[in-house]
Design a protein around this ligand. Structure first.
Ligand SMILES: Cc1cc2nc3c(=O)[nH]c(=O)nc-3n(C[C@H](O)[C@H](O)[C@H](O)COP(=O)(O)OP(=O)(O)OC[C@H]3O[C@@H](n4cnc5c(N)ncnc54)[C@H](O)[C@@H]3O)c2cc1C
Length: 427
């Protein structure tokens, strides 16, 4: 069997792109082609729309896509979270049903995990699913659901048994969002955007065949999703970064793909996250004549160093995954580092802009990216597990420090006996 080397992969994707990248096709046509070729998700197994490549070679594919000026595979939570979770825990029927529309961008997903009383302590969730023949009836509320407005499907965790300890009575469903019992209410953020929503379930229905993993075994499935989330966010993603947004409701599938290449399809949130890169702030400093300022230069150097540490930590996360260890403590430190980089970028952007940092809009210096980042910055230390929770995990699982008081008792009491919403154990 031929050994797969970086050069072989680079040559093959290079030739494939020369024959197939066509900026005049629609986004949907381009993603179909990318999906059929296996280059969209090169690390996924060959029988499931991938090429079975080792993780460290995926970067070569991305680099070639970028240098050809092509857009990458669909961004969003389907590719980042739902797909990898279904690959691990789904049945072959479920893989056949859900994976292709993720890879060719026809269906978008959202993550229905957090609730008003269950964020860091996710296992305290109260949204319920009750069996009704071949279906389950869902009632409850989710919150902070990114992309719910454009999602076709949701990764739903719901309580299906209250007589067992809280981690043991949770089931993971793939629920259809377009149905009468699902109401999506967008929340307005201080950036002015509505990135996430509240989602209310009132007798919504989900079929038995849409349970991913075991009935009442959803905690293990959710942890696969969360591990992928931490690894993705720690390596610099926002959960939304990519070439274009999947799903019919996002309205990009029928657009000319060349018009979205080079990041032109990015929304303001994505541009804000990209603003963490030191090169973007270096350019801003030059544009406004602050690049000779000693403080600005020192902070730019600091940002460059932190980004390099982030890049190397992301390589460690990939290496850990490739060796079969799965994302470990590197993913937690990477996520913490991303919060630190974002805070420094926020402060530096505003330092460079001076009083101009108080005004927003595309006509302001740097196109408003630094100001957007400043308003978006708090989100990074919250989503995907807050900084404090990452520190708890590092304390307990890496440094071997004692667990939080009461956490063992909470794991053994039946859910119905817990005073949910008043305790805050680490999730
Ligand atoms: C931009 C953004 C997008 C999001 N998208 C989604 C999404 O798509 N789907 C989804 O399900 N959720 C999403 N979330 C929700 C996110 O996962 C939760 O906000 C996060 O897990 C924290 O939960 P919480 O907001 O309930 O805060 P809480 O858990 O109530 O925490 C409040 C504060 O207490 C601290 N704290 C909590 N427990 C402990 C502890 N044990 N030790 C020390 N400190 C503690 C926290 O660090 C935090 O500072 C998103 C959040 C943001 C900001």
């Amino acid at each position: 069997m031929a050994v797969i080397t970086e050069d072989l992969v680079r040559d093959e994707i290079h030739r494939w792109l020369a024959d197939n990248w066509d900026p005049d096709s629609t986004v949907a046509e381009w993603w179909d082609r990318l999906c059929d070729s296996g280059w969209a998700m090169p690390t996924w197994p060959e029988e499931w729309f991938g090429r079975g490549l080792p993780r460290e070679l995926a970067g070569v594919v991305n680099a070639e896509l970028r240098s050809a000026g092509a857009i990458g595979p669909p961004s969003g939570l389907g590719a980042l979270l739902a797909g990898p979770t279904i690959l691990v825990h789904g049945t072959d029927e479920q893989r056949a049903r859900y994976l292709q529309p993720i890879v060719n961008g026809q269906e978008a997903w959202c993550q229905l995990f957090s609730e008003p009383g269950a964020g860091s302590d996710l296992a305290s969730l109260q949204c319920r699913a009750e069996r009704d023949g071949d279906e389950w009836i869902v009632n409850g509320q989710k919150v902070w659901t990114s992309g719910a407005q454009t999602a076709d499907l949701g990764m739903l965790v719901a309580r299906t048994d209250t007589d067992v300890p809280k981690h043991k009575g949770i089931t993971y469903f793939a629920i259809e969002m377009d149905q009468p019992g699902v109401e999506v209410r967008p929340l307005r953020e201080m950036t002015g955007r509505s990135l996430f929503s509240e989602v209310f379930f009132s007798d919504a229905r989900v079929h038995q065949s849409a349970i991913i993993g075991e009935l009442n075994g959803g905690w293990a499935v959710a942890n696969t999703t969360l591990a992928n989330e931490r690894a993705g966010l720690g390596s610099g993603g926002s959960g939304a970064v990519g070439g274009a947004m999947p799903g019919k409701k996002a309205g990009q599938l029928e657009r000319r793909v060349g018009d979205l290449a080079g990041g032109r399809g990015r929304d303001r949130a994505e541009r804000a996250v990209a603003g963490r890169q030191s090169s973007l702030l270096e350019k801003l400093a030059k544009d406004v004549g602050r690049d000779q300022d000693a403080n600005v230069r020192q902070h730019l150097a600091e940002l460059h160093i932190l980004n390099e540490i982030g890049r190397i930590t992301a390589l460690r996360v990939k290496a850990a995954k490739a060796s079969g260890r799965g994302p470990g403590p590197e993913a937690n430190t990477a996520k913490l580092l991303m919060s630190q980089i974002t805070r420094l970028s926020r402060d530096l952007g505003l330092e460079i802009l001076g009083p101009n940092g108080m005004i927003m809009g595309p006509e302001t210096p740097g196109g408003g990216v630094a100001q957007e980042l400043a308003l978006f910055a708090p989100a990074v230390s919250i989503y995907g597990g807050s900084d404090e929770v990452q520190k708890n995990i590092i304390g307990e699982r890496v440094l071997g420090l004692p667990k939080e008081p009461d956490s063992d008792r909470m794991k053994t009491l039946p859910f119905r006996e817990l005073k949910v919403g008043t305790q805050r154990a680490a999730g």
